[in-house]
Write a protein that binds this ligand. Structure first.
Ligand code: MN
Length: 256
């Protein structure tokens, strides 16, 4: 396996708290989830909010924003938040086509996947998590292709309506694929260990699986893998959680 290149995010001395959020799957059809996220972005006392992927349910190109009032509202939330704190964005498997133009216009910093958060004595590996789920071989094949500049250029050159239709077809296909699997793929144990060792870290945080929990890491005594919560706030569900890291190494899960 090719060795993984890690990005680095250095937290300035003096920061007290960093919020980590992923898998919001923001979409116009889930206004409650949007409102919970907006309220957190407006109200948090953290020095930074790092968004670790699948913030948006689907992203077919930055040019979609001009024609989509919901995405414009999301952009405004990001813009307002980035005026008073650091906002970072790591692409997920749904929104890997979010571009530098959009993030730049919102004052949001792009984070490579994976990134090592360096903060005082803390070294925390941050990832969306899809790259670790090796058990889903069909998805991993798609991921390799879809992350190439050629595939992305070809996709983004198609008319917007065609891209939206393709994204919808891919989502339907992915849901059928997930239902056909006996169990959803989880982070591969050996790859998790390799990443932590390569990054000289004892702490991995990722989303993607929608199964929030803390896990020990096989073969690395003392290491921890923390899985972030997905967000669904509607009539029947209230599931929205922020993982907050503190300068003194405390970590807590907060309801949004
Ligand atoms: Mn995902």
């Amino acid at each position: 396996m090719a060795s993984t290149a890690f990005g680095t995010f250095e937290a300035p001395a003096g920061w007290q708290a960093v919020d980590l959020i992923s898998d919001l799957h923001l979409q116009a059809a889930e206004p409650g989830t949007f409102e919970a996220w907006r309220d957190h972005m407006q109200g948090t006392t953290a020095d930074a909010v790092l968004l670790l992927g699948d913030v948006f349910e689907v992203w077919v190109g930055d040019d979609a924003v001009a024609q989509d009032p919901f995405l414009q509202t999301c952009a405004q939330v990001l813009r307002d938040a980035s005026r008073r704190m650091t906002v970072g964005f790591m692409p997920g498997n749904r929104d890997f086509l979010v571009g530098g133009a959009f993030l730049g216009s919102c004052g949001v910093q792009l984070l490579q996947d994976p990134t090592v958060l360096v903060w005082g004595t803390q070294r925390v590996v941050l990832s969306h998590g899809d790259a670790l789920c090796l058990g889903d071989e069909a998805y991993q094949r798609f991921r390799v292709v879809a992350r190439t500049p050629d595939w992305q250029a070809e996709f983004l050159a198609k008319p917007l309506t065609e891209r939206l239709a393709m994204a919808q077809a891919m989502r339907a296909q992915s849901e059928a694929h997930n239902q056909s699997m006996v169990s959803f793929a989880d982070a591969d144990a050996a790859m998790t260990r390799d990443w932590l060792q390569a990054a000289n870290s004892q702490h991995l945080i990722h989303g993607h699986t929608h199964r929030p929990a803390d896990h020990p890491v096989e073969g690395l005594p003392g290491a921890i893998r923390q899985v972030l919560s997905d967000w669904h706030v509607n009539a029947t569900q209230q599931r929205a959680q922020v993982l907050r890291l503190h300068a003194d190494c405390r970590r807590e899960r907060l309801p949004a």
